[in-house]
Design a protein around this ligand. Structure first.
Ligand code: ZN
Length: 140
């Protein structure tokens, strides 16, 4: 199901009206963080399940940028019950944030982000980071 207009407006507000990958303010589109399968999802995505990406980055997150999108929390694996468990890396914050149901992006330290990611994905997150060249707190 498509995102509700109010949720999309709140998502852009939260994300500073910028693409969460390249920071552009143009051609912004709604990214459903949790990959949906055939037939889509039965309910519209929540704000925690939503992200602002430009048209170009949104498409690339399904293609050549899939690994970095998972490493940075722009995409969330379908089986993750609560997408709020997966933090997001924002270029405009130069760091990580935890998304709340109230529509906030709360700054968190990289070590906390890494801990949250490993709780959800285990060592797979470190593999994505290594593949995509994403810095982890331990590996500069
Ligand atoms: Zn972009």
């Amino acid at each position: 199901m498509r995102v509700q207009a109010a949720t999309w407006a709140d998502t852009k507000d939260r994300d500073n009206d910028q693409c969460a990958r390249c920071s552009t303010r143009y051609s912004l589109t709604h990214q459903h963080r949790r990959a949906v399968g055939m037939g889509g999802s039965p309910t519209p995505p929540s704000i925690v399940d939503s992200l602002t990406l430009c048209f170009d980055c949104n498409g690339r997150c399904e293609r050549d940028l899939q690994t970095i999108a998972l490493a940075y929390g722009w995409k969330v694996r379908r089986w993750v019950g609560d997408p709020g468990r997966v933090p997001v890396f924002y270029p405009h914050l130069h760091g990580w944030a935890r998304l709340t149901k109230g529509g906030e992006a709360l700054r968190i330290h990289a070590t906390e982000a890494a801990q949250m990611m490993r709780e959800v994905y285990g060592p797979e997150w470190d593999q994505w980071c290594a593949e995509a060249g994403v810095r982890t707190p331990e590996r500069k």
